[in-house]
Ligand binder design. Structure first.
Ligand SMILES: [Zn+2]
Length: 408
């Protein structure tokens, strides 16, 4: 991609209400654009990051046998009345009447929709267990939507639902998904604490949160640095300085970002929405459900909170919008040839061919945060100056060496 053609340009001014690095840099770098509070467009750079995260999520969900599909965001009141959640969620769910006078809402989550499909289609133990997921925008009527894409009114989410005839089977899949989630976060460069949690506004059943330690977070957890032990402050019987019940190290308290959550509903939906299947003895049994969410747009913001410095973002290579940022300083002809060669070899390159000052180009490269910066200038004498975004050292290399380096 040539930067002269990239939609949009970087911005000098920071968003007025920006208090976090992710809000500031994602807007300034041209990754997202605000339409209204809590509602953002993912611009081409931001969309490239989202696409990479979604592909990691898809690989991990497909690996545990889940099937992808897409459910509607626009939903009728009726199924929500069956669980009582039309009333109980009326503050955070967008609800309205359409022109025919029928009430409808925008999905804040999809348990009702998926369970309705399941009860109409699944009758026998032979069809169970199975798991379905989607990657889709959700809507929440947040009173104070702030923090850029960290807490949106419309936001992207991966939600997965699994269905089982026995609690044992549900437990087994639930634990498998905890590992899948750990894989997703680790592939995105994030270290998570798996925290036992109360269900919050959605459920009182058994649930876990995936928390990333960060000052930008809104949650408080008690955790251990030496092992993976962690609990939500609200439900923990431990406090700072106590011995870790798992390894004996001193416990810490810190702010964290909730990057995912999973819930066991058991037979709650079977009872409310009447979903049953016959077991191998011909007996009618409730179809048990668990649901598993990862906020994709929030994950983008979380990665930036963890990986940034005073000059901008520092993307982990697995989710970076491009592999390399090629900058030409008065060497456009030679740089163009390098650009073409890198692309032929399958390397994703943002090529700064603009008629801007070197200072502007370097500042933009730091802000956008692509892992490798490649500079061609009269000083590099036919070679390319290579610098990693998170390092200060520069080295001169031939193009073939660079291809090898990036492929690693
Ligand atoms: Zn510990």
């Amino acid at each position: 991609m040539k930067q002269s053609k990239l939609f949009t340009k970087t911005k000098k001014e920071t968003p007025k209400d920006a208090t976090s690095a992710s809000h500031k840099y994602l807007v300034q770098g041209g990754f997202v654009d605000m339409l209204m509070a809590g509602v953002y467009t993912y611009l081409p750079l931001g969309w490239r990051v989202i696409t990479k995260i979604n592909n990691i999520v898809r690989e991990e969900m497909n690996a545990v046998g889940a099937q992808e599909m897409l459910m509607p965001a626009l939903q009728p009141r009726g199924i929500w009345d069956e669980t009582g959640r039309w009333e109980s969620l009326n503050e955070i769910m967008y609800q309205f009447e359409d022109r025919s006078g029928k009430e409808a809402g925008l999905g804040a989550t999809h348990e009702e929709v998926i369970y309705d499909i399941v009860r109409r289609n699944i009758n026998s133990y032979k069809e169970l267990p199975f798991a379905i997921y989607q990657i889709q925008n959700k809507f929440r009527n947040e009173l104070r939507a702030k923090g850029g894409i960290m807490r949106g009114r419309e936001f992207m989410m991966k939600d997965l639902y699994s269905f089982h005839l026995s609690q044992e089977d549900l437990d087994e899949y639930y634990n498998k998904l905890i590992q899948s989630y750990k894989n997703v976060y680790s592939r995105c460069g994030l270290e998570v604490k798996v925290v036992e949690a109360s269900g919050g506004i959605f459920t009182k059943n058994y649930s876990h949160e995936f928390q990333v330690i960060s000052e930008a977070g809104e949650d408080n957890i008690i955790y251990c640095d030496a092992c993976d032990y962690a609990q939500n402050v609200e439900i923990s019987k431990f406090s700072v300085g106590d011995d870790c019940p798992k390894c004996g190290d001193k416990l810490k308290e810190g702010k964290s970002i909730e990057a995912g959550n999973i819930f066991q509903f058991g037979d709650k939906y079977a009872k409310e929405l009447k979903g049953y299947a016959t077991d191998s003895n011909g007996e009618k049994k409730p179809i048990l459900m668990a649901s598993y969410g990862i906020g994709i747009s929030r994950l983008v913001a979380t990665i930036v909170e963890i990986y940034n410095d005073k000059n901008g973002m520092i993307w982990p290579s697995s989710v970076a919008p491009f592999d390399a940022h090629l900058i030409s300083i008065n060497k456009n002809e030679e740089a163009e040839a390098i650009y073409n060669k890198l692309r032929e070899k399958g390397i994703e390159v943002l090529y700064d061919d603009r008629d801007s000052s070197p200072g502007q180009k370097f500042a933009d490269a730091d802000l956008i945060g692509i892992p490798y910066r490649l500079v061609m200038s009269p000083k590099t004498e036919g070679k390319i100056e290579v610098k990693k975004r998170n390092e200060t050292e520069t080295v001169l290399k031939e193009v073939d060496e660079i291809i090898e380096l990036i492929r690693k």
